[in-house]
Ligand binder design. Structure first.
Ligand SMILES: [Zn+2]
Length: 152
C-alpha cells in the first residue's frame, strides 16, 4: 500500500502557503517580495494536484477580514510583549513608542500577512484530500468569468 499521508499538517501547510488539497504545491509563483504584484502572483492551479487557486470571481475579497484579524492579534501580542519587556506607564511616552513600533512592525509584515490571509482563506474552502492522486479537483470553471478576473 502506497504511503498517502502528507508530510505536512494543516498548520504547516497553511503557514507555508501550500495548496490545502494536496499540501504540497505552492500557492504563490514567487517567494515573498516587496513588489506588491510579484508578492501576490498566484499559480492559477496547484502545480502538484491541479486544484484551482481561484474558486470564483472575487474569491479573495474576504481575505481583508482575515488580514484584519491577524493584524489585531499581532498588535495585542506586541502590546503584551512590550508591556512585559519594556513596561507601560501613564507618566511617560512608552505607550506612544509602542504605537510607532507596532505600526512599523505591521508595515514590515504586510507582504507576509497578505499571503498568509489568502492561504488561510482558501484552506477554509478546499479540504485536504489524502487521495488527491485518484480524485480530480472540483470543476470551478462555471463560477469563473474571464471578463471579471482581476477586477477585485
Ligand atoms: Zn495541490
Amino acid at each position: 500500500m502506497p504511503e498517502r499521508k502528507a508530510n505536512r499538517g494543516y498548520l504547516s501547510s497553511t503557514l507555508g502557503c501550500r495548496c490545502p488539497r494536496c499540501r504540497e504545491g505552492k500557492l504563490f509563483q514567487h517567494s515573498i517580495s516587496v513588489s506588491f504584484k510579484k508578492n501576490m502572483e498566484m499559480n492559477k492551479d496547484c502545480p502538484v494536484c491541479g486544484q484551482p487557486t481561484e474558486l470564483e470571481v472575487g474569491f479573495y475579497y474576504g481575505t481583508s477580514y482575515v488580514s484584519y484579524a491577524l493584524s489585531i492579534g499581532l498588535s495585542v501580542a506586541s502590546l503584551v510583549a512590550w508591556w512585559v519587556i519594556i513596561g507601560l506607564s501613564t507618566s511617560d511616552n512608552r505607550f506612544f513608542f509602542w504605537l510607532g513600533f507596532n505600526a512599523v512592525l505591521l508595515i514590515i509584515l504586510q507582504p507576509w500577512l497578505m499571503r498568509l490571509s489568502r492561504s488561510i482563506w482558501i484552506s477554509w474552502f478546499v479540504k485536504y484530500d489524502p487521495d488527491w492522486k485518484e480524485h480530480k479537483p472540483v470543476d470551478v470553471s462555471e463560477r469563473m468569468n474571464a471578463d471579471q478576473a482581476n477586477n477585485w
